[in-house]
Design a protein around this ligand. Sequence first.
Ligand SMILES: *Cc1c(COP(=O)(O)O)cnc(C)c1O
Length: 389
Amino acid sequence: MGPGPSNVNPRVLEAMSRPTIGHLDPEFVGMMDELKALLNFAFQTSNPLTIPVSGPGSAGMETCFVNLVEPGDTVVVCQNGVFGGRMRENAERCGASLVLVDDNWGAPVDPQKLEDALKAHPEAKIVAFVHAETSTGAQSDAATLVDLARAHDCLSIVDTVTSLGGTPVLVDEWGADAVYSGTQKCLSCIPGLSPLSFSERAVKAVQSRKTKVQSWFLDLNLVMGYWGSTTSKRTYHHTAPVNALYGLHEALSVLKEEGLEQAWTRHAANHRALKAGLEAMGLELLVREKHRLPQLNAVMVPDGVDEAAVRSRLLTDFNLEIGAGLGTLAGKVWRIGLMGYSCTPGNVLYCISALETVLGSLDAPIQRGAALAGAESHLAAHPPEHVIA
Ligand SMILES: *Cc1c(COP(=O)(O)O)cnc(C)c1O
């Protein structure tokens, strides 16, 4: 129950154990087409260039930047946590002229600040932001931020690594241009792949670059030749991670069977139960209710409590992983994930009781004896009808 990887659905592991076939085998090419259709479903887009990048979420991030940014381009990066900082790093390494929109950690990206930056920099070409900041548990208003980018004639790069499968990611409705995600968070697949979708505008921008993409491996002009996004002919670029892709196909099939809306509802309901239990203990969440991610709960560490000792006791005594704070939040918060296959009422109750036991044994200033009842009453009011079998 950390910030990812989440528990992998056994169906995914089973799918991955099937025999490895050639990456140009007609059977495999057929599976690639199904996989693209499943990704179109997950991202809610009809973009033909919707594929899994052969690499973790960070590779998806880098794919967006190296393909869309040319040296000297002005890029506006919104930063409200660790992953926005990585976007900034990517933009700089691509030779961009950087405009930073800074927000407090735990707050969403402020659309007014973005609008001010875009007005001050009419030459800007790209706006980049993180939809679901895993370092803080805050969700930003992607539709509004993408609208602002469009209104100022910019392409948008949107990180949905933690949101995809957990909260609504509506690529076409938002009008987003370059969106990437990860497999090990709410999709509950193994780590190491990065679903990605490019709008037609973004594809045009890649095809009409003045300079070559500096990364040969991540150059979408070449990768598209293998994934058949522009033609039906497939040519070898790199050997696809065949078995990992079987796993992703299965993970997305699980998501489709459950239904996107049902998955979002399940994450929200289990989050409310977890929050009720934590608050009954007297613990507080970092992010204001309106902007909270259900799948990533940043919990304030009570005064005088050694947060690392708590995590280590949870791991050794209860075999339960929760995450530490990153960057400016190191030592100040725990990050409890409720992602994908790990997002169940049973895990909520287990986490609450284990945390209460450990904090109690350390004489932490918490309310004892109320947390389970708090969470349970919430689960009773919101029956967990969407538990994955
Ligand atoms: C996890 C994460 C990443 C990086 O994904 P990796 O698979 O670890 O490379 C990027 N952005 C966000 C918001 C994340 O949560």
